[in-house]
Design a protein around this ligand. Structure first.
Ligand SMILES: C[C@H](N)C(=O)N[C@@H](CCC(=O)O)C(=O)O
Ligand SMILES: [Mg+2]
Length: 362
C-alpha cells in the first residue's frame, strides 16, 4: 500500500453554545480535514483545527505545510515503512505541530486499515470505551451553574470549568458550579494561563479552604512560566496539570525533571500526532505521572484518534475529549460514538471513518 495523493479540505460545524475560555471565543468550529490516499483506493483521515492562540497554527499555514512542505516527502512511500514515514513528518520542518498531527493520524489510519486492526487495539487495547468530562465555558456564575446542571443531566460525571478571567469572579463561578452539581460530581478547572503564580496559589487555597473539592487545576499560569507552574504545584494541595506548557517531548522532560506539575494534558495538536503523543505518555509514565488525553475544538476525526491512543494505554487516567459533543452537528461518518459520558471506540480497522460530509477541498 503506497501513498499516492494528499488532499486538504475544510468543514465548518456550528457549536451548541459559544465556547469561551480565557484565551478566546468560538461560535462555529472550523476544522481542516486531510485525506491521505493510497494506491489501493484506501483513504486515511486526519484533522487539524486552527487554534492560533495555543499552537500558532492557522488553517492557511497548516494547509501550506501539508501541501507544499511535509506532504510531498510522503508521496510514493510504502505504508509498511511506518516509522520512516512518521520520522519524515516530524523532521520535514520545525513547529507546525497541527499539520504534523493531521498527517501522522492519517498514516496511522492507513496502517490500521492495511492490517485490519482498530487503532485502539494497535496502541495496546487496554479499553474499548473511555470516560470524558464536558467543558463549561466561562460566563456569569449563574449561566455556568445552569450549563453544569445540563451536563450532569446528560450523564457527565466530570465537569471541566473554564476560568482565568479574574480571580474574585472565578471563585464565585466555581462556587456556583459546585452548588449546582452537588458533592458527587468531579470539578476540574482550566485557567488557560489566566492567573499569575501568587494569585493562583491564593485562589486555589481559598477554594480548598471553602471545601469546593476541585479535582485538578489545568494550566493556571502562562505557558512559558515553568517556574511559576512549579510554584503553584508546590504551594497547593490540589493537583496541577500542565497543558499549554507541555507541547513537545522536551517540554515534558523538563516539566517532569523540575517536578513542576502533577499531571500532563497530552494533545495530538500540541505533540504533532499519535507517534509523539505516545512517546510523551511513556515518558510521563516512567516518571510516575498520569496523563489526561485532551483535545482542541475539533471534529470527531481527531477525537477518534485521541480516544484510540487513550483507550490503548493505561497511563491515560483522564480524558477531556468532549469537542465533538460541544457541536450541534456531526459531519464525520464512523469513528467514535458518544454514549452519555463515554466514548465508544469503533471496531472497524484504523480510525473506522468512512467519510466527512460537507468537506470542501482547498
Ligand atoms: C475542547 C476542550 N475541552 C478544551 O478545553 N481544550 C483546550 C482549549 C481548546 C481551544 O481553545 O480550542 C484546553 O485548553 O484544554
Ligand atoms: Mg487546557
Amino acid at each position: 500500500m503506497k501513498i499516492q495523493d494528499i488532499r486538504v479540505g475544510k468543514v465548518s460545524i456550528p457549536l451548541k453554545t459559544p465556547f469561551k475560555t480565557a484565551l478566546r471565543r468560538v461560535d462555529t468550529a472550523e476544522d481542516l480535514i486531510v485525506q491521505v490516499r493510497a494506491d489501493d483506493g484506501s483513504v486515511g483521515y486526519g484533522n487539524a483545527p486552527a487554534t492560533v492562540v495555543i499552537t500558532g497554527d492557522s488553517h492557511e499555514s497548516v494547509a501550506a505545510a501539508i501541501l507544499h512542505t511535509i506532504g510531498p516527502k510522503l508521496v510514493g512511500r510504502d505504508i509498511d515503512d511506518r516509522e520512516e514515514i512518521l520520522q519524515a513528518i516530524q523532521s520535514a520542518m520545525v513547529h507546525n505541530t497541527s499539520a504534523k498531527a493531521a498527517l501522522d493520524m492519517a498514516v496511522h489510519d492507513l496502517f490500521g486499515q492495511r492490517y485490519g486492526m482498530p487503532l485502539h487495539r494497535f496502541f495496546g487495547g487496554a479499553r474499548c470505551r473511555v470516560v470524558s468530562d464536558l467543558t463549561v465555558s466561562v460566563n456569569e456564575p449563574a449561566v455556568m451553574a445552569a450549563d453544569a446542571r445540563r451536563a450532569v443531566a446528560a450523564g457527565y460525571r466530570h465537569i471541566k470549568v473554564k476560568v482565568g478571567l479574574d480571580g474574585a469572579e472565578d471563585f464565585r463561578r466555581v462556587q456556583a458550579v459546585r452548588q449546582a452539581v452537588g458533592p458527587d460530581i468531579s470539578i476540574r478547572l482550566d485557567a488557560n494561563q489566566g492567573w499569575k503564580p501568587k494569585e493562583a496559589v491564593r485562589l486555589i487555597r481559598r477554594m480548598e479552604d471553602a471545601g469546593l473539592d476541585i479535582e485538578l487545576v489545568e494550566q493556571p499560569v502562562a505557558a512559558w512560566d515553568f517556574e511559576g507552574l512549579k510554584q503553584v504545584t508546590d504551594h497547593v494541595d490540589t493537583d496541577v496539570m500542565a497543558d499549554e506548557s507541555a507541547f513537545s517531548l522536551r517540554d515534558v522532560f523538563r516539566l517532569l525533571s523540575m517536578r513542576a506539575c502533577d499531571l500532563i494534558n497530552v494533545k495530538l495538536m500540541k505533540a504533532g500526532g499519535l507517534g509523539p503523543a505516545a512517546k510523551i505518555a511513556a515518558l510521563a509514565e516512567s516518571a510516575g505521572v498520569g496523563c489526561m488525553m485532551g483535545c482542541m475544538l475539533e471534529s470527531k476525526v481527531g477525537i477518534t484518534a485521541a480516544a484510540a491512543l487513550s483507550a490503548g494505554r493505561t497511563v491515560f487516567v483522564k480524558n477531556d475529549l468532549d469537542a465533538a459533543d460541544l457541536m450541534a452537528s456531526d459531519p464525520v461518518e464512523g469513528g467514535i460514538s458518544y454514549e452519555a459520558n463515554e466514548l465508544v471506540l469503533p471496531e472497524r480497522p484504523g480510525l473506522g471513518i468512512t467519510g466527512v460530509k460537507g468537506w470542501k477541498e482547498l
